[in-house]
Design a protein around this ligand. Sequence first.
Ligand SMILES: Cc1cc2nc3c(=O)[nH]c(=O)nc-3n(C[C@H](O)[C@H](O)[C@H](O)COP(=O)(O)OP(=O)(O)OC[C@H]3O[C@@H](n4cnc5c(N)ncnc54)[C@H](O)[C@@H]3O)c2cc1C
Length: 356
Amino acid sequence: MDQQRKPEIFDYRSVLGDLRALSPNGVFTNIDLAGLSRWRVGGRADCVVAPRSLTEIRELMGYIHRHGIPYVVLGSSSNLMFADQGLRALGVHFGAGFADMRISGSSVWSQSGVWVPEFARRLARSGLEGGEHICGIPGTLGGLIYMNGGSQRKGIGDNIVEVTTVTPTGSLRRYDRKACDFRYRRSCFQSSPEIIVEARFEFTYTGQVGAIRRSMLEILGQRRRKFPRKLPNCGSVFVSNPAMYEDYGPPGAVIEQCGLKGLRRGGAQVSSLHANFIVNTGNATASDLLYLIEKIRTTVRHRTGYDMPSEVLYVTPEGRIVQAHEQARQMFGGSPPGDEAQPHPDPVGTGMPRLV
Ligand SMILES: Cc1cc2nc3c(=O)[nH]c(=O)nc-3n(C[C@H](O)[C@H](O)[C@H](O)COP(=O)(O)OP(=O)(O)OC[C@H]3O[C@@H](n4cnc5c(N)ncnc54)[C@H](O)[C@@H]3O)c2cc1C
């Protein structure tokens, strides 16, 4: 998960002219990361490049490599928390410009900038079954593959045949499904500095467009009922720990039963709708969110003995991507739980019988 190459601070001004030549109309400076982030937190990024073609991306990667420039790949940022201090590394944004998709029988080829709900809709329109579980996930296909994201206990990796990346030297590399090493919300790309540019998939052709659509509407309905939609959030904060699930249930239920639903720190709050979500009630900072993440983990560990890893990723100012709980532990581990955060006056479901 660590994309860091060089920890020193990068001064983008020395390469701005070259970047503009490599990606005309695709270079942006002094970007407000809170405006990009789903959580609406984060400082300013010095420089973000959004290449518009495969050739541009390959040349850009070659240039970055030759000059040892630290960079971080950004999709739609729906699984990312940006630092309050902003981003000094170069952001490489990969999105809407790479949205070609072709379907032939049950085989699908797609560039990785495709918006995931649109990808799922196109599968449904073609009578292909198997993509319903991703229809409500906001993000690019590249981010989804990187995370092996999905819902209903499925992951996009289940349908992957092959993934193509651009390597740090600008060449293309192909991974068959086995090489992608998909596991629950994990893939080999999390320990690689490569950019996912396209993928091939295999779905099941049933031709039952109506039935597939009904199943998608059912999934979207469930999500609307269960998940907070009005306040900015980053989806589920913690991934399920299988052993904890077996003994106590999923993260949301355990957090709720620990009495943490509604807990606040600054402008951040454990959602009162679903406790595995943290919402920004208006003026949250990344530091507020990280405090709550550490507080939740410490409390759950104390009550159940289990550790919950975070699904959400934190982008350090130097452009390293780490799991948010690692950053939270670094910043707040060791501070006594409870004194600075205010419990919700009426926490729901505190009577979990199996918790010690
Ligand atoms: C409201 C909400 C609900 C959500 N529900 C779900 C859910 O049900 N299931 C689920 O799995 N996720 C869910 N998510 C999380 C998120 O939507 C997915 O992880 C998503 O697929 C991330 O895509 P992205 O383009 O936003 O990636 P980003 O958040 O921008 O990036 C995530 C990681 O992927 C890397 N990355 C992105 N694009 C590429 C690329 N082309 N090549 C290489 N690396 C890349 C980034 O470097 C980063 O490390 C939810 C998020 C929100 C806000």
